[in-house]
Write a protein that binds this ligand. Structure first.
Ligand SMILES: [Zn+2]
Length: 129
């Protein structure tokens, strides 16, 4: 549909010492390779919060900071963008960056004001309607 795709991810396992930031990069590179191998659109960029909650950083979702940084870096139109995730904090991070938050998950999320879809396809079809 012409959307540019980005990943915005909390990886507190790095801050907690469970795995390295380099191992997160390795997984992201593999993800990109898998998408390209299937002739699918790869992600344009990744925003990673490597901090533990106890670090009290400014980037960890539900903060909108990582999204705001991507908006500036890639000249993204917030009005024509969506933050899609399976957790309430994902949708909230979008809201905190002034973009529409969307929840996609099989089981209904906690009661919230965010639009909810069971699959990414269902969400994409709603955009075409
Ligand atoms: Zn952070």
């Amino acid at each position: 549909m012409g959307f540019e795709l980005f990943v915005v991810t909390n990886q507190s396992g790095v801050g907690r010492g469970y795995f390295s930031l380099e191992s997160v990069y390795v997984i992201h590179r593999q993800l990109q390779n898998d998408l390209r191998a299937h002739k699918l659109e790869a992600f344009k960029d990744f925003a990673i919060c490597p901090h533990a909650p106890s670090d009290h950083c400014l980037c960890r979702k539900p903060s909108g900071q990582m999204i705001k940084d991507l908006i500036v870096k890639h000249h993204i139109s917030p009005k024509h963008s969506y933050m899609v995730g399976d957790k309430l904090i994902d949708a909230e991070s979008g809201h905190n960056a002034q973009i529409q938050g969307i929840i996609v998950r099989q089981k209904p999320a906690k009661e919230s004001d965010f639009p909810f879809f069971k699959t990414l396809l269902e969400f994409a079809q709603s955009l075409q309607a």
